[in-house]
Design a protein around this ligand. Structure first.
Ligand SMILES: Nc1ncnc2c1ncn2[C@@H]1O[C@H](COP(=O)(O)OP(=O)(O)OP(=O)(O)O)[C@@H](O)[C@H]1O
Ligand SMILES: [Mg+2]
Length: 418
């Protein structure tokens, strides 16, 4: 440890310099010698006249003895007091004041988080060495703090990338369904039959009745082709919208990597409607969606909110698929209480035991075996918290569906314009 090796390197110098212990011992010895000399001088100056009187009047001897004893005791007490007061001052000045400075500095470091070094001067005793060790420790802490910041930045970036990939995969899912449905679709018109009809129509000896029937059939074929083409264009339009969503997710990620969410008023009904159109194609199920038509402004980041709703719809669709049915229903309700907008997404999927609810939000927890899941709810809850909102998932039990409940702030009157 650098701290230890540093103090080990300092020790010869400390030995050369006067340690605090040695300083105190020296000071006490000096005070002791000075006191002893002082008492001797005092006693000598008091006793000498007494001895003079003893020679002339020996009957004063006992009184003189008592006086000398009292003076010796008084002098010792006085000396002790002087030593104690001087020691107290020296300790306060040399030990307590620097320790107090060190404590105040530590408190400042704790409160401000600034790792500024302590002013230690050129003291070479234990206090000086304590200050230097403290400064060395602050330096080490500073370097470690920098390392941790760099590491958490990298960690945050990779966690962020995983989340973006997850949402991109979520948004790509319906596109894959649309494309597979499109390629598996049987042609709306039997081309061979239409060919035969047209060549028969070209014959000149055809009866009027037959010609009429064939013409009607050819027209019906054209209508069917037209209808199929329109349906295909509709699906491609949804696919294009889903792809635009994917590009938005990636684009926003590149633009504001590590920036806090900007919260703006946006219409949650519109976000729900767009996601419902895309989620109809989730997993190839037939899902009946119902949601309100009236606009409801909320304060959120539109793109993030759209990803949250997309995740919750995908979860609902997966919960429906998990029942084994090919169809299900997702119902969305939106209401406002004071300044809070509540959105409830109810599905008739497999549900879960109520006590399992909190565990579903753990990163990595997933019951879906067809994918490496377990990020959706965790990410959604964090995203909602970042938008000053919340997310909860309830179920009355297995087989009884589930309700995802979102809370968001309603915009204030100044920014309600959408
Ligand atoms: N609407 C729901 N009904 C029933 N169970 C649900 C519902 N939504 C989530 N769950 C359960 O919570 C688990 C965690 O959901 P979460 O969205 O975090 O992960 P995932 O859907 O499994 O994978 P992914 O990371 O792709 O979203 C799911 O595996 C599922 O067991
Ligand atoms: Mg999910």
């Amino acid at each position: 440890m650098p701290f230890r090796s540093r103090s080990a390197r300092q020790s010869p110098r400390s030995r050369r310099s006067a340690s605090l212990n040695a300083q105190l011992a020296l000071i006490m010895a000096l005070i002791g010698i000075a006191g002893a000399v002082g008492i001797t001088v005092l006693l000598a100056s008091l006793i000498t006249p007494g001895f003079d009187r003893l020679e002339t009047a020996p009957e004063h001897a006992p009184t003189l003895g008592r006086h000398i004893l009292l003076m010796a005791v008084g002098g010792s007490i006085l000396l002790l007091l002087v030593v104690l007061v001087t020691l107290r001052r020296i300790i306060a000045h040399r030990v307590l004041a620097p320790l107090e400075r060190l404590r105040a500095h530590m408190q400042h470091v704790c409160a401000s988080g600034l790792l500024a070094p302590l002013e230690v001067g050129d003291r070479r005793d234990e206090i000086g060495s304590l200050g230097k060790s403290f400064n060395a420790m602050l330096g080490q802490l500073d370097r470690q703090r920098e390392q941790i910041e760099a590491q958490s930045f990298l960690l945050g970036r990779s966690a962020n990338a995983v989340e973006v990939m997850h949402n991109v995969r979520n948004a790509l899912n319906p596109i894959s369904t649309i494309l597979s449905q499109g390629s598996a679709e049987t042609p709306a018109v039997d081309r061979a039959l239409l060919g035969r009809t047209l060549s028969e129509l070209a014959q000149s000896d055809l009866s009027a009745d037959r010609r009429e029937k064939l013409a009607a059939f050819a027209l019906a074929c054209i209508d069917a082709l037209d209808e199929a083409r329109r349906a295909q264009v509709g699906q491609l339009e949804i696919g294009r919208e889903a792809l635009a969503h994917v590009l938005d997710i990636i684009g926003a990620q590149q633009a504001d990597a590590h920036q806090p969410f900007a919260l703006d008023p946006c219409d949650i009904t519109d976000v729900i409607a767009r996601n419902a159109t895309i989620a109809r194609y989730a997993g190839g199920l037939s899902i009946a969606f119902s949601f309100p038509a009236e606009p409801q402004p909320v304060l959120a980041n539109r793109l993030i909110l759209s990803q949250v709703i997309g995740n919750l719809f995908a979860n609902a669709a997966e919960a429906i698929a998990a029942t084994g049915r090919q169809n299900g229903a997702i119902t969305v309700n939106v209401d406002r209480h004071d300044n809070t907008v509540r959105v409830r997404i109810r599905d008739d999927g497999e549900g879960f035991a109520p006590e399992d609810g909190p565990a579903l939000f753990r990163r990595g927890f997933s019951t879906r075996t067809n994918k490496a899941g377990g990020l959706g709810l965790h990410w959604c809850a964090n995203a909602m918290a970042a938008m000053r909102g919340s997310l909860a998932l309830h179920s009355e039990g297995k087989g009884r569906g589930a309700v995802a409940e979102l809370h968001l702030e309603a915009p204030t009157e100044e920014n309600v314009e959408l």
